[in-house]
Write a protein that binds this ligand. Structure first.
Ligand code: AMP
Ligand code: MG
Length: 354
């Protein structure tokens, strides 16, 4: 199958909508990461999403809508208002009013029209209204909600531009809508609200815990373990090369801890501390005579820039000549920093002890 990358014109949106109406799947831009879109109510399309991505069906999908009230979600056949207490509704209302359209996903009681494939058989559904104008336009032209997990092969680094989608899924899908590089670059935060209105963070993401807490006026619970939400695996977002996550900055890490670098290995470093890349180079020189690639991402101390460039930098290091990638831990744990460290932790197969 030949894969066409389409410019973000009205005509391309019509072509994509037609493909979705026929039960096909299309790579689409969102502000978080690129998605692989299919009609939420079409089981054939959903099956394609799972097979194209090689995604296990225990990992549920997020439904994307172009409306932002609970009544609209009910009318679209996504949620089930009858199963929601007033407390649950009022917390959900506050979050939708504040963060939609945007990178926040809500887990709510599901409408019976939603196929089990979307929710992995659970009685809840994850839903969000994306902000990217191309995604919104496509949903409104289609007139049905769209399931859109990230447009990569399962477990791999998430795609943040059309080219990434092409590399991941080219030959497997007919169309990729090119909406430019993702503005946010990290997946949405996933929040579940229980019947007492108590919010729980299932996946850290582009909207920070602090922001959500300030809107709801209560503390957010977060269990940082596998299984808090189905599909949140310890090993995800991973490059093909081994990625070692350090406990301290590169310069503070004992040389003995870096023994995994063999003498000939070519090494890539993802750096966040304020060290000059040539100091990192000098220290590595003692360990390897091979080529060294350093990507320093946090020089301007801007968290949003790191989020935007995290996955693409991992991708660059993965396709560089490096045989091993070393990442510094992210130095800031507040705001977006929490989600950035979550992705680094899951992307790394190996964690350096001290
Ligand atoms: P993505 O792969 O970025 O599309 O994210 C989908 C993730 O959303 C899944 O891996 C789950 O962690 C979460 N999710 C989706 N649906 C549900 C649900 N019904 N309940 C809890 N978490 C969900
Ligand atoms: Mg994903």
């Amino acid at each position: 199958m030949k894969t066409l990358v389409l410019p973000p014109t009205d005509q391309s949106i019509q072509i994509s909508a037609e493909e979705l109406r026929k039960g096909g799947v299309v790579g689409i831009p969102t502000e978080t990461v690129y998605g692989l879109a299919g009609n939420v109510f079409d089981e054939g399309a959903l099956t394609k999403i799972f097979s194209v991505k090689e995604r296990p069906t225990f990992d549920p999908l997020i439904v994307h809508v172009d409306q932002k009230t609970l009544e609209d979600l009910e009318r679209l056949g996504v949620t089930d208002l009858k199963s929601m207490t007033p407390l649950m509704k009022s917390q959900a209302d506050k979050l939708m009013a504040k963060f939609w359209p945007g990178p926040l996903t809500l887990v709510l009681p599901k409408n019976k029209k939603i196929p089990d494939l979307v929710t992995s058989g659970m009685n809840t559904v994850a839903v969000r209204m994306p902000k990217h104008p191309v995604a919104l336009k496509l949903i409104s032209v289609c007139d049905f909600p769209i399931a859109a997990p990230s447009a990569n092969r399962f477990g791999r680094i998430s795609p943040t531009c059309a080219q990434d989608v092409f590399e991941e899924l080219g030959e497997r899908i007919s169309f990729i809508l090119d909406g430019g590089a993702c503005e946010v670059g990290l997946e949405s935060s996933v929040i579940a609200i229980d019947q007492s209105g108590i919010p729980k963070l299932l996946r850290p993401g582009a909207v920070s815990i602090e922001e959500i807490q300030s809107v709801l006026g209560v503390k957010i619970l977060f269990e940082n373990k596998t299984g808090a939400s189905p599909g949140q695996l310890e090993n995800h977002y991973a490059p093909k090369k081994p990625l070692y996550l350090l406990k301290k900055s590169f310069l503070e890490t004992e040389v003995g801890e870096l023994a995994f670098i063999s003498n000939t290995a070519r090494v890539g470093v993802l750096a966040f501390f304020d060290e000059a890349p040539n100091e990192i180079q000098n220290k590595l020189r003692e360990l390897t005579s091979g080529e060294i690639t350093v990507k320093a991402l946090f020089k301007d101390r801007n968290l949003e820039n790191v989020a935007r460039e995290l996955f693409s930098s991992l991708r660059q290091l993965d396709t560089s000549s490096a045989e091993v990638i070393i990442a510094e831990p992210f130095p800031v744990q507040e705001g977006l920093g929490f989600a950035i460290q979550d992705r680094l932790r899951r992307a790394s197969q190996k964690q350096v002890k001290s």
